[in-house]
Write a protein that binds this ligand. Structure first.
Ligand SMILES: Cc1cc2nc3c(=O)[nH]c(=O)nc-3n(C[C@H](O)[C@H](O)[C@H](O)COP(=O)(O)O)c2cc1C
Ligand code: SF4
Length: 549
């Protein structure tokens, strides 16, 4: 027997002994029984032929690399495809509408799958939206649409103190760490980012070998665990940070203050998910739970926070440095803005995450009820920076269920310079929203460290899907900007969007989320707009409130 046969035989034997393969095993056993029985009972040849075909299909499932579900669940995995096929009919007569499922409804997921596969993403017959119901939002278009030949829109990130500005795409991969995601998922995302020339945020788990192998642009996220740049006691190590940041692949540095799904909570990767490679990327020991504390240890007040940003900029050789947060106490953000003015250390970018954002694992209460939704958070950050006269120095990124070009266009109208997506890109590499990311049993190999399960995720195929999802989404964004008569998606403004209110009347975005006057917070007579008393109580030296007289 040659090596290949031995290998296949071994894989088959191993497969047959695990629970996921029980149906496949049963079919093979019955095939053998029917074969032997057919020597005495001739009609057993009929079930034998059927079972032999099924066995061959099961073997094919195990060996193929295209469909993760059938690789992990030979034979029974096909039931998913069967149900997927008849699902529209069943749903139409019996169950729910295309827009009912949460957090992403079927229409949103199908859009990502179609764009990732490069399949037809057009819809026949007309909208299924209830256009006269409250909350319906639409884009106002122009009678002189703009045509684009090049959809590679870019935003330059890097203020006056930055020495290595970065020309970012308008739609990048949001922070998700190696540890939360599998090695193959990280590889596929990063290779996709390389193919499509856009950025991949490492998440707080450090830069792993799978990020490096892919060669795609990285945003190195520094969380409260300082993974990849920590001393043994968990404190920040400037020397280790400088080594990580020196890599050509690292284009920007992002300090994580919080994420929308669990702000103020911190995180923990259980010891079971810590493989030698995860430990290597994070700089943590094996066999122990890996904890991200809720707060950073390197700063405790707004001035120290700005000084830390300045230190990271120096240590990285002048790369763009920014931070990510979900807005909580609005005054605390104003404290940071006052500290920026006081120290003169202004971040190059801020990423605003909404409470609707995703996570590998979060307590239900935090996921459901802690943190500001993206629309309000983004509008607040944008207007505070405008009010403080800093908006032109700081670029703003936004994240929070932004999977379609319309979602991105709307976020841009609220003040975002670019958008990130985590779960959109997860869908593009095969996530089926099974919502078992925290169990290590992800059925498609995206969010697991189980080597067998993640093998089902074909890196070559999925990286192409990542790139296609990005390219097709950005193209659709350009087409929307063109329809509105704009020459760049960054020109979207609130008044380009109309929303139906609960009284049935329409309101324009400018009314719901207006742009406030530049510098109004710096002038005592500059107007209130609901910002003034909070601004007055914000202190650059402390996150505690200045008491009112
Ligand atoms: C599996 C998973 C892991 C995540 N890990 C991180 C992380 O390490 N750091 C971080 O700042 N955000 C993390 N996030 C949040 C995302 O970066 C993003 O801000 C949020 O999910 C909103 O984007 P989305 O709605 O497109 O998913 C994670 C999200 C998911 C789904
Ligand atoms: S398929 Fe389920 S478990 Fe896997 S990444 Fe998607 S939501 Fe998480």
């Amino acid at each position: 027997m040659c090596n290949l046969d031995l290998q296949v035989g071994f894989t088959l034997l191993k497969s047959l002994t695990t629970q996921r393969y029980s149906v496949f095993t049963a079919v093979i056993v019955l095939t053998v029984i029917c074969l032997i029985g057919s020597f005495w009972v001739s009609w057993l040849i009929v079930p034998f032929v059927i079972l032999a075909v099924l066995s061959a299909l099961g073997i094919h499932d195990v060996r193929q690399n295209h469909h993760a579900v059938t690789k992990n669940y030979p034979l029974i995995g096909h039931i998913r495809f069967l149900f997927e096929k008849i699902r529209p009919e069943i749903r139409q007569y019996l169950i729910e509408g295309d827009k009912d499922e949460q957090p992403f409804n079927r229409e949103q997921r199908s859009l990502v799958y179609q764009r990732a596969k490069g399949a037809e993403d057009k819809r026949p017959f007309g909208t299924q939206e209830q256009v006269y119901e409250a909350g319906y939002t639409w884009l106002t278009h122009s009678v002189i649409p703009v045509h684009f030949d090049n959809f590679d829109f870019r935003v330059t990130i890097g203020g006056p103190d930055c020495k290595q500005p970065y020309d970012a795409s308008l739609y990048n991969i949001s922070a998700m760490s190696f540890g939360a995601l599998s090695a193959n998922a990280i590889s596929a995302l990063n290779r996709g980012a390389k193919i499509g020339n856009f950025a991949h945020d490492t998440g707080e788990g450090g830069v792993s070998r799978y990020h490096r192998e892919g060669g795609g642009d990285l945003i190195y996220e520094v969380g409260s665990g300082y993974f990849g740049c920590r001393n043994e006691d968990g404190s920040f190590s400037p020397d280790k940070f400088a080594v990580q940041a020196a890599s050509d692949q690292v284009k920007m540095i992002e300090v994580k203050l919080s994420q929308g799904a669990k702000p103020g909570h911190g995180g923990m990767l259980p010891a079971a998910k810590i493989t030698p490679e995860v430990a290597e990327a994070r700089g943590v020991p094996m066999g122990e739970d890996c904890v991200s504390p809720p707060a950073h240890s390197i700063f405790s007040n707004p001035i120290e926070f700005c000084e830390f940003l300045g230190q990271l900029r120096t240590l990285s050789g002048g790369k763009p440095v920014g931070f990510k947060l979900c807005i909580g106490h609005r005054r605390e953000f104003m404290c940071m803005v006052k500290a920026m003015i006081k120290t003169g250390i202004v971040p190059d970018f801020i990423v605003v995450d909404g409470t609707e954002g995703g996570t590998g694992a979060a307590p239900l209460e935090f996921a459901n009820h802690v943190g500001m939704p993206m629309v309000e958070g983004l509008s607040f950050v944008h207007n505070t920076l405008r009010g403080a006269g800093l908006r032109d120095q700081v670029r703003i990124g936004a994240a929070g269920k932004l999977v379609s070009a319309f979602d991105i266009a709307h976020a841009m109208s609220l003040g975002a310079d670019w958008c990130n997506s985590a779960r959109g890109y997860m869908f593009s590499i095969g996530c089926i929203q099974a919502q078992a990311c925290h169990t290590n049993h992800c059925p498609v190999g995206v969010a697991t460290q189980d080597p067998q399960r993640q093998k089902a995720l074909n890196v070559g195929d999925k990286s192409q899907r990542v790139a296609r999802f990005h390219a097709n989404t950005v193209k659709a964004l350009g087409e929307m900007a063109g329809a509105a008569g704009l020459h760049d998606p960054r020109d979207f403004l609130p008044y380009h969007f109309m929303t139906r209110k609960s009284d049935g009347q329409m309101t324009e975005g400018q009314e719901a989320n207006p742009y406030l006057p530049t510098g109004f917070l710096l002038d005592a007579d500059g107007g209130d707009y609901g910002y003034r008393s909070r601004w007055d109580r914000a202190d650059a030296h402390s996150f505690a409130a200045i008491p009112l007289d």
